[in-house]
Design a protein around this ligand. Structure first.
Ligand SMILES: [Zn+2]
Length: 238
């Protein structure tokens, strides 16, 4: 059952149960900072204080994009752990950072969704880190979370070894959006890292085609194109 803001009551009970279990586990196994290993937080106040605000970015096809942090130092360590080391609880500090920037943007949003992860990556990783962040944001703002509104309609090569132009060509037309979920709505797309913006652009094209009236993007970190930002050491999937 769904209430007016689109969150199911089952989800709210699950969330509460999860918060209780987490609080108990934190007492038994106190969390360590992923960057400096101090005990107490997954991302400690000292490391959070080193995070620098990323400059504004314009991405073709989107009505606005906010990026919370420059991809460096503590934030790059945290995102790497979040994506590749199954540290999914980092959605809380990283999601909170994203929410700070979204509050400043003050956008009016109807539905929130993640940039879909490549199916192969999803099977390897077992979770889409962008979906964890999108759900966190939706919960915080009481916006409706629609995880499956965009899907990949064709496979794309890994972006890691491609330059900006190759990336645009690689993902052009790779996505389709469900008009029933997005038509006439203001959409927020969420991802962990913004590099060239080619994937965000391709998703925005699909959303526009399906009738979305306004498309925003939000990412935790942003970098100029670099293999490091994509976790792109050879042999590591993007
Ligand atoms: Zn720390």
């Amino acid at each position: 059952m769904r209430n007016a803001d689109g969150q199911s009551s089952v989800y709210r009970i699950e969330l509460l149960a999860h918060q209780v279990v987490t609080a108990v586990l934190d007492l038994i196994f106190p969390p360590h900072c992923v960057n400096c290993e101090r005990v107490g937080n997954l991302l400690c106040p000292r490391c959070l204080a080193t995070i620098t605000q990323a400059p504004a970015r314009a991405v073709p096809g989107l009505d606005g994009v906010v990026v919370r942090a420059n991809f460096e130092g503590a934030i790059s360590t945290a995102i790497h752990a979040f994506k590749y080391d199954r540290q999914t609880r980092l959605r809380e500090p990283l999601g909170a950072l994203l929410c700070q920037t979204l509050r400043a943007a003050a956008w009016v949003v109807d539905v929130v969704m993640p940039v879909p992860l490549h199916t192969t990556r999803l099977h390897e990783r077992g979770y889409n880190q962008a979906a964890l962040l999108a759900r966190y944001v939706a919960q915080d703002f009481d916006w409706q979370y629609v995880p499956n509104a965009i899907e990949r309609v064709r496979d794309t090569a890994s972006q890691v070894h491609l330059d900006a132009q190759e990336r645009r060509e690689n993902v052009a037309g790779a996505f389709a959006a469900n008009p029933r979920m997005v038509c006439g709505r203001r959409v927020l797309l969420v991802d962990d890292v913004l590099t060239t913006g080619s994937t965000l652009s391709a998703c925005a094209d699909a959303l526009r085609e399906a009738g979305a009236i306004c498309i925003y993007g939000a990412t935790v970190a942003g970098a100029g194109y670099s293999k490091e930002a994509d976790g792109g050491v050879p042999g590591t999937p993007a």
